[in-house]
Design a protein around this ligand. Structure first.
Ligand SMILES: Cc1ncc(COP(=O)(O)O)c(C=O)c1O
Length: 460
């Protein structure tokens, strides 16, 4: 672009940003005009004036694009691939149904999530039932409905055998494995351990059973994995284990489920590089996984196993934003600026682990200053950003946090505030509320008042 065609910017006074001890050696990046006016072409300020603040804003387009992209990356190298939507990442009904329309199965980890998937119309045989607490009643239903069961511990295995006998069935099961890839902290509280020999002895036990049949292997090595080699090693170890247990011809594995863990473009606390530099592309993970898979399957004569991926945050995180309004400003005793927002960790619990990128809805005059963004809770830990350079804020200024789609609409807290609505911007730009804001009757629905407590003024 020639100099002439660049938009003219008004003169701004120069400013100095002090390097504090918590700055990284790369310094702070400040994008002064980096605002979020629109999401999918819809004006954010208009949405806030129409639907109130705070407001979650979901993009149907981004969600569909993300899940297609993730699946395509793996399918380019390996087939067949199935995406299991990890309900716990965001189980808002409309979000789940968009992903089910895209062909994703449901990956659920509790009776509630199982019931929710069925309630949304997902057939049992397109549900992956994971997690360490599956009670008898829900297991009976899942077995009856043909869900894929991922076994977490030996007591669960025994319970499944009992139910299988009662239902006169041999139930196919998937075994969850845990191991050390050498790249991430092993999540060894889930499933059966490889290095100790536990997983092998459980396989021996399963092979003797007349009620269950081992047909799948699963592992999930953690979330927000930043090292593709971790997933490559995960697949190598799973393939090696598969080869070992198939060697006697007493079982054939038809599915490998590598869980979730793909990162989103978010900023994990403690990582100083910006997400664009710290977070590898999903393509790198796809290539690492599929290369390890083709090496691991090279000697195998059985048909290639189904590859399940349960990617959560990489699919939904950047598809949802949280718009919020400044309700007050302060200067802290150490001189830093602070603002109180109408949304805090009650709506965005992941602020405890991430420096969520935040933008104003429109440019503001004034030099950026080190600002603390607090939420509205009477709780000291209610901090949305401990330190972010923003122009001096005033009441009514509006801010947009993105990405926030992963784990917030499932882990949010109903603590002293009503949880806000979630709005969906459809593919055609139309908008609709996909989750209403909570109201007093919603929150009091489960309270019960014994007769002598119905009046606060009456002392018995
Ligand atoms: C078994 C399992 N699958 C999938 C996921 C989704 O993980 P992520 O959001 O990191 O993709 C999780 C989350 O911890 C999980 O425990």
């Amino acid at each position: 672009m020639s100099q002439d065609s660049e938009p003219r910017r008004g003169w701004e006074p120069p400013y100095i940003i002090p390097h504090r001890y918590d700055n990284s050696k790369f310094g702070r990046r400040i994008a002064r005009d980096n605002c979020c006016h629109h999401i999918d072409g819809v004006d954010v300020e208009y949405l806030l004036s129409r639907y109130g603040s705070p407001l979650f804003i979901a993009s149907e387009r981004r969600l569909r694009d993300n899940v297609r992209r993730v699946r395509n990356i793996f399918e380019r190298h390996y087939q067949p691939v199935i995406h299991g939507w990890s309900y716990k990442t965001n189980y808002t009904s409309a979000i789940c149904n968009i992903l089910h329309q895209e062909g994703s199965w449901a990956e659920v980890v509790s009776a509630f999530e199982y019931e929710k998937a069925r309630h949304l119309g997902v057939p049992g045989n397109r549900i992956i039932f994971n997690g360490p607490n599956k009670g008898r009643a829900i297991l009976e239903r899942a077995i009856h409905e043909g869900a894929r069961l991922h076994i977490d511990h030996i007591d669960e295995l025994e319970l499944i055998e009992t139910i299988a006998k009662e239902q006169n069935k041999t139930v196919p099961i998937t075994m969850r494995l845990n191991f050390n890839t050498g790249y991430t902290d092993p999540w060894n509280r889930f499933g059966f351990n490889l290095e100790s020999g536990q997983a092998h002895s459980v396989v021996t036990r399963i092979k003797r059973s007349t009620q269950v049949r081992l047909t799948g292997l699963h592992s999930h090595i953690g979330t927000f994995i930043l090292e593709p080699r971790a997933m490559s090693e995960q697949v190598r170890l799973m393939c090696q284990f598969m080869q070992e247990i198939e060697a006697d011809g007493k079982c054939t594995i038809d599915a490998l489920d590598i869980g979730g863990g793909l990162p989103s473009r978010n900023a994990l606390q403690g990582i100083y590089l910006p997400p664009e530099q710290a977070v590898p592309a999903i393509d790198d993970f796809g290539e690492a996984v599929c290369t390890a898979l083709s090496k691991g399957l090279a000697q195998r004569t059985a048909p290639p196993p189904l590859l399940f991926i349960e990617s959560g945050r990489a699919v939904v995180d950047d598809a949802i934003s949280l718009a919020s309004t400044v309700v007050g400003t302060k200067q802290l005793p150490d001189g830093r600026a602070a603002a109180v927002l109408d949304a805090g960790i009650n709506t965005m619990l992941t602020a405890l682990w991430y420096h969520h990128p935040v933008k104003l809805t429109k440019p503001k005059p004034g030099n950026p200053v080190d600002t603390v963004l607090y939420g509205p809770l009477c709780m000291n830990i209610d901090v949305m950003r401990h330190s972010v350079y923003l122009p001096p804020l005033a009441v009514g200024d509006q801010l947009v946090f993105n990405p926030v789609g992963a784990y917030n609409n499932s882990q949010w807290l109903q603590f002293i505030e009503y949880r806000p609505p979630i709005l969906l911007i459809h593919l055609d730009g139309e908008c609709s509320i996909i989750r209403e804001a909570e109201t007093l009757p919603d929150l009091c629905r489960h309270d019960r008042l014994p007769a002598h407590l119905t009046s606060p003024g009456h002392v018995p």
